[in-house]
Design a protein around this ligand. Structure first.
Ligand SMILES: [Zn+2]
Length: 479
């Protein structure tokens, strides 16, 4: 029996307006080579100047991942040739990164998982080679340097993950944290969050790691999982049949559904790292680090656990509601104004989310204020309106901006609890459905539900269903 050992390296683009060492825009989707300058394409004599905001965002991540923020870190040159790297080197922190030694903890089905964070270091992105999409793409590669110098934080995990599913879960938790603290937009299609995985296998019960392969460019949770499943199986078969895993870099081939060898893995010394002579050591002031720590919002996992204890919500609800900080805020504002937080959770996860999906809008664009939704929930909780009517009222509130009690009183939607009125309605329904009544009295009691439905329908959904059932049963059971 073999077990996989997996560690992830996640490249997160930091959410800044401008690049890490120059004032060029980081905007995605600009025409090729329009956001470039002598610094980011490395013309001789151009000097880099570190973007302060990049450092601030990296420190936020360090706090969120429980890392130590190093008072001094060093930028180095990582030398290699590639057409999308005109300088011939990438500026990256190497021996002394900005953050080291952290961890992420989260609960999966009630069990706490802990994944160590080795380090997080700052670096600049390279440009992009365009191999497809041009008439002469069979002969030429085009280069777009807009990405050159975009700020990245590379987060390296400890090899603490033991399955493809665990790795996918960790990547998703990490993404959630980065988005929640406002350092990354989480957009994997646009490449602002990328993941490489280091994978090896070893016999269960042994300590020593096997030879690892690196699988690159996993830009979705699904690819992380699929690529790792494939790679684990490939290595296990190889090792089990007496073969050896090569230390190499592999690519996930989406179309073929397998990993393919890209190049033999280079060693760190191949890059000839040396300190970047154009940038002084990065010194961060302890007081500033503390100011940033205090400004951090509650992290998603902490908020999830608080929702479970403070509002007595099921783990499922807490997970859904904390998927976005804005949705969680909306829920909390609603829950504060009703007696039953679970009812607020049901409405936010149910009708509100359904409506947002239907219209394709974010919670920020929802015209219905939490106070208005709370007003509707109070009418349901107090029994003033029935559940089905409440859904109609919700639609009307959403479309018109009117308050729930206004709609209910103007349109006469309040629940009918009047025994006299309901009894009259029941007699009417029994008269027009005499066949169902006869069947019921002959013992085919399944027609009862049909008759209840007819009475509620006759009152346009306003009848109190419990009362209808009670009265109908009594009337039917009378000889
Ligand atoms: Zn530039």
């Amino acid at each position: 029996m073999y077990e996989p050992v997996i560690g992830l390296e996640i490249h997160a683009q930091l959410l800044t307006e401008t690049k890490i060492f120059c004032g060029c825009s980081t905007r995605f989707g600009s025409p090729p080579n329009t956001n470039i300058c002598p610094v980011c394409i490395g013309l001789p004599g151009a000097l880099p100047v570190l973007n302060r905001r990049v450092v601030e965002l990296a420190i936020r991540v360090a706090h969120a991942l429980n890392c130590q923020v190093n008072p001094v870190s060093i930028f180095a040159r990582k030398n290699y040739f590639y057409p999308d790297l005109p300088k011939g080197y990438q500026i990256s922190q190497y021996e002394r990164p900005i953050a080291t030694g952290g961890s992420v903890e989260y609960a999966v089905a009630g069990v706490t998982r802990r994944v160590g964070i080795t380090r997080a270091h700052l670096e600049e992105d390279a440009g992009k080679s365009l191999h497809e999409g041009f008439a002469d793409s069979d002969r030429r590669t085009y280069l777009d340097f807009n990405r050159s110098g975009v700020p990245l934080l590379e987060i390296v995990s400890e090899p603490d993950l033991r399955s493809a599913a665990e790795a996918g879960e960790f990547f998703s938790r990490l993404r959630e944290i980065l988005v929640a603290i406002g350092v990354n937009d989480g957009n994997m299609e646009e490449g602002s969050l990328r993941c490489d995985a280091n994978v090896s296998v070893r016999p269960v019960g042994t300590e020593k790691f096997g030879t690892k392969a690196e699988v690159k460019n996993l830009n979705s949770f699904r690819y992380v999982q699929k690529a790792l499943e494939y790679e684990i199986e490939r290595q296990t078969e190889l090792v089990a049949s007496g073969g050896r895993v090569a230390q190499e870099t592999r690519l996930w081939d989406v179309a073929a559904g397998r990993t393919v060898s890209m190049r033999s893995k280079e060693e760190a010394h191949d890059y000839r790292y040396f300190p970047e002579p154009d940038l002084p050591p990065l010194e961060v002031d302890a007081a500033w680090v503390e100011v940033i720590r205090k400004s951090l919002a509650e992290l998603p996992e902490a908020r999830r656990q608080r929702f479970i204890t403070q509002y007595a919500l099921p783990e499922y609800d807490a997970g859904v509601l904390t998927q976005s900080p804005a949705l969680a805020d909306y829920f909390e504002a609603t829950a504060a104004l009703v007696d039953n937080p679970k009812a607020a959770s049901n409405w936010v996860m149910g009708e509100l989310t359904r409506k947002m999906n239907e219209l394709g809008v974010d919670v920020a664009d929802v015209p219905l204020a939490p106070a208005a939704l709370a007003g509707l929930i109070r009418l349901v909780e107090s029994g003033t309106i029935s559940g089905p009517i409440a859904k109609d009222v919700f639609e009307k509130m959403y479309a018109s901006g009117r308050a729930a009690d206004d709609i209910v009183s103007v349109e006469g939607l309040a629940r009918i609890d009047d025994v006299g009125a309901l009894s009259a309605q029941i007699e009417e329904v029994m008269r027009t459905n005499d066949k169902a009544v006869r069947q019921y009295r002959e013992g085919k009691t399944q027609t009862f539900g049909f008759l209840v439905g007819q009475v509620i329908k006759a009152t346009a959904g306003k009848a109190n269903p419990a009362l209808v059932k009670d009265l109908l049963k009594k009337t039917l059971d009378q000889p």
